[in-house]
Design a binder for this molecule. Structure first.
Ligand SMILES: Nc1ncnc2c1ncn2[C@@H]1O[C@H](COP(=O)(O)OP(=O)(O)OP(=O)(O)O)[C@@H](O)[C@H]1O
Length: 252
């Protein structure tokens, strides 16, 4: 479980998150949803310790993110942020291999190399493994970053808008892969997602944020209702059903 207690955050004196307390359940796929500027990325970055905590407490599988040594934390959670400013003269295989660093600390062994190969194959990147990052498409680069997080082999994966740049087929394949990690390997995933139907179709748990606060949380079917979504996005939203899951209609 990830436990967030009374977390507040300011940037340049402007309050961004207001006294957030919530939980992300273990062994589930959690979607963080909400309008632009709601604070989703900021919260994810605080969990992943890409930003230092200013107020409150966060634990990931019992590890206090404020005090746990980085190498320990890196074996518990992998985080893929939104801005990935990694040198473009890096081959995809080298990028994915970075995911193994917390395990081998610079001395990769056969198991590390096998995991990198597996991650490249899992994300259909094997034919592109020798290309440089600036020689592949946006979606292929995005998949390589996800493969790096995947290769890190952690109990928790935190992904900020992993579906960015992915076409429908690759987005679906990624969601299927994340579901399999949760369902068959007992891992836990938290992701920021804008396309609400991906949350509706694949997420177990949804945390809805607006103006730096959590305004709803719970099982997907309980959070993704017409009233809640219309309020969240300040727009009329209809919710149908498809194969027993909510289907959100926002173009009506
Ligand atoms: N470096 C920064 N300097 C100033 N304000 C910032 C900075 N980063 C984020 N913010 C502000 O913090 C608020 C929350 O941003 P955040 O990126 O967490 O929201 P989000 O819900 O992830 O949004 P989006 O869906 O647009 O990615 C926004 O109002 C944003 O303008």
């Amino acid at each position: 479980m990830i436990q967030i207690d009374q977390v507040s955050h300011q940037i340049g004196g402007t309050p961004i998150l207001h006294d957030i307390s919530t939980r992300l359940p273990k062994g589930r796929l959690t979607a963080l949803i909400g309008p632009n500027g709601a604070g989703k990325s900021t919260l994810l970055r605080l969990i992943g310790r890409l930003e230092p905590l200013q107020a409150g407490a966060i634990t990931v599988a019992g590890h206090d993110v404020a005090t746990t040594p980085t190498d320990r934390l890196a074996r518990v959670m992998a985080i893929l942020g939104q801005q990935t400013a990694i040198a473009s003269r890096l081959r995809l295989s080298e990028l994915v291999a970075f995911g193994r660093w917390p395990h081998h600390k610079g001395r990769p062994g056969p198991a590390d190399r096998a995991r990198v190969t597996q991650a490249l194959e899992a994300f259909a990147l094997a034919p592109l493994a020798h290309r440089f990052l600036d020689e592949v498409s946006g979606g292929q680069a995005q998949r390589a970053h996800i493969a790096m997080a995947f290769a890190q082999d952690t109990d928790w994966m935190l992904l900020d808008e992993p579906l960015n740049n992915l076409d429908m087929a690759h987005a679906r394949a990624l969601m299927g892969r994340l579901r399999a990690l949760v369902d068959h390997e007992g891992r836990s995933v938290a992701m920021v997602v804008h396309e609400i139907n991906y949350a509706a179709a694949w997420a177990d748990h949804v945390i809805a944020m607006k103006d730096g606060r959590v305004i709803a949380e719970g099982p997907a079917a309980e959070v993704l209702t017409e009233a809640r979504l219309s309020d969240l996005y300040d727009a009329p939203i209809r919710v149908g059903q498809h194969l027993g899951r909510p289907l959100v209609l926002h173009h009506v």
